[in-house]
Design a protein around this ligand. Sequence first.
Ligand code: NAD
Length: 463
Amino acid sequence: MKKLDSALIKTIKVNHQSFFRSHKDKGVSVRIKHLKELKKVLNEKEDEILKALYLDLKKPAFESFSSEVLMVFKELDLQIKKIKEWSAPKRVAGSILNFPSQDFILSEPYGTVLMISPWNYPFQLVMIPLIGSIAAGNTVVLKPSESAPHTAKILIEILEKVFPQDWVTTIEGDAVIAQLLLKEQWDYIFYTGSTDVGKIVAKAAAEYLTPTTLELGGKSPCIVDGTAPLKKTARRIVWGKFLNCGQTCIAPDYVLVKKEHKPMLIDALIIEIKRFYGDNAQDSKNYGRIIHKKHFKKLEADLKNQKIIYGGEKSLESLFFGPTLVDEPSMKSSLILEEIFGPILPILSYETENDIDVILTKLKNPLAFYVFSSHKKFINQMMTRYSFGGGVVNDSIVHFTNPNLPFGGVGNSGIGSYHGKYSFDLFSHKKAIVKRSFWFDLPQRYAPYPKSIKNLKSILKKL
Ligand code: NAD
């Protein structure tokens, strides 16, 4: 761990750059060796990781394992298996205009990547991009969130054990430290967090034209037309919404249900909430807590003057905020205008597809998009008409778990996507190389050019 000021940050950066220039981390076999070592240490530290996540967010062990640790193992396995293939030069068809040539793409690491991470999935939102970045051959300077200090501590322990200091450096600190880091010139910036801070990061990156990925938030709708089984629909919405106490970037932010099905859906949601967490979620071992008092108070303020139809119990002292359903909040309220990022689920209703359109046009570019329906045409319309990061039909959140799918937002919810091959490509610059031979030259390409080009033009257009 480093105690930071701008001079020390400069030193860390310079050390990373000279480590990168030394090519010690570029060899694929060296990367594989270290990723395998990382897997070994993660296995050894698994219980400590689960404990840290419990201390930071009161995450139930199974939730931490399935939504944080397991995904990291899957990502590690995939990257270890595929680095050789993904990093090999890729032959592509040559252009007839350059005949004869060999054309290929070289994947080149950017250099030193600055990563700034959030607190809600403080383990996997650090490890998954880090693994991709290392697989692609970069060095990483990482700042985990100050709001999940126990997880930050175990991350430091693990990473220091596996990587030389100038390959991966973890820096603890808050927004002030993040601002100091952003003053420096990095080769790539990978940021996960709120849209507002994302704009600060983008402005800092613009100073040096640093390529940047922004993984941001947004309001992910859950559209229910009533043609899919309602009980299962409710179960899958409750699962996605109240996992990690609603503090999931891709949690269903609000439900938009066809008016005639609303009463039945609300009943089904309440039955499922009770089935998951009992009559009093405060006593449940399966229900997490709000990260800190500031966020608790924001959620509390969101509930003011709202029609609560279920839940609303809370305790600032223990940071318990029960699963809460709100009926038809005003379109001008913070519950509609801002990302909720907590266990409050507004239920809105629609009568026509135009009503859906009005809402989705207002709350555009969600990070995730969920449709529960058995109506093919409706599903297709919803999936294609609106712009969003990624989506699921008849479930919530699960697209995040497939490393073969790109994960990221669009517009307000982010720029760029990662996971699996998409991570490898994100953290690699693609060099376009054309290797020519000398045995043939089209003489007309050189001046003096032919006087009449009519025939030549038509030949070249046909090639
Ligand atoms: P945040 O933006 O407050 O903090 C994220 C990181 O940015 C932290 O490391 C923090 O120290 C740093 N930071 C905070 N203020 C800063 C500033 N002024 N300048 C520079 N750095 C600053 O976000 P959070 O509260 O940790 O996380 C919640 C948000 O993140 C939600 O909006 C959520 O949707 C989003 N999120 C998105 C994803 C995704 O994958 N797209 C994943 C998790 C969370």
